[in-house]
Design a protein around this ligand. Sequence first.
Ligand code: MG
Length: 248
Amino acid sequence: MRFDLVLCDVDGCLCPEHPGPLDVGALATVAAHNRAARERRDRPRVVLCTGRPQPYGELLCRLIEDFDGPAICENGVWLYHPANNRYELDPTITPAQIAAVQELVGWMRDRYGAHGAQIQPGKDASASLYHGDHDWLVGVRAEVAAEVARRGLPIRVSMSWFYVNCDLAHISKASGIRRLFVSTGIGRERSAGIGDTLGDLAIADSVAWFACPANADPKLKERAQYVSPLAEAAGVVDILEQIGRLTY
Ligand SMILES: [Mg+2]
């Protein structure tokens, strides 16, 4: 087989970007794929590479029958090992850096709570400010970035559709993938990836073959070796079929 691993984003890939039901049929197909990978060793395992908090990743590991991992959660903050329930915080993250994130969380709660914005629960060394109005968030992003600069915090501010994301500057999906490669002994040449937003450039940059579902950002599609005609989880299933047809 061409690859050992497929690093797969969650929101907009395995799960819908917008509120609504999971595509359980497609997820069952991914689970069957992972079962076959485990039993026959004839195809790459699908592992998570997500900005979502670890508890969400843990449940998804069960849903897609990834019992080996590690799953990259919280944009590289955590490697979660489903086989033995081990949680590895990136060892370069210091207590002072976690305190800096919490300082910013307190400021965002004070500043934006009255506007209907919320801090996504479950994150440990990053923070995501949620609001249902994308356009409102676009204005807020610049203000958060200015506050981070004013306080001199070691934090990178970015945006996904419904979130302003505040991550430690040295932590990303790319740093998580580097740790995963060390942990598994599998490297770039044996890894494929799937993503849908520009945060997933870190995946595209780290793997030998990259694909997008139909709903992906056009700028990210430019980096893909394959773009599925299908969206989200159905697109992931289609991409896995494409990978199965790849030869050296
Ligand atoms: Mg996504």
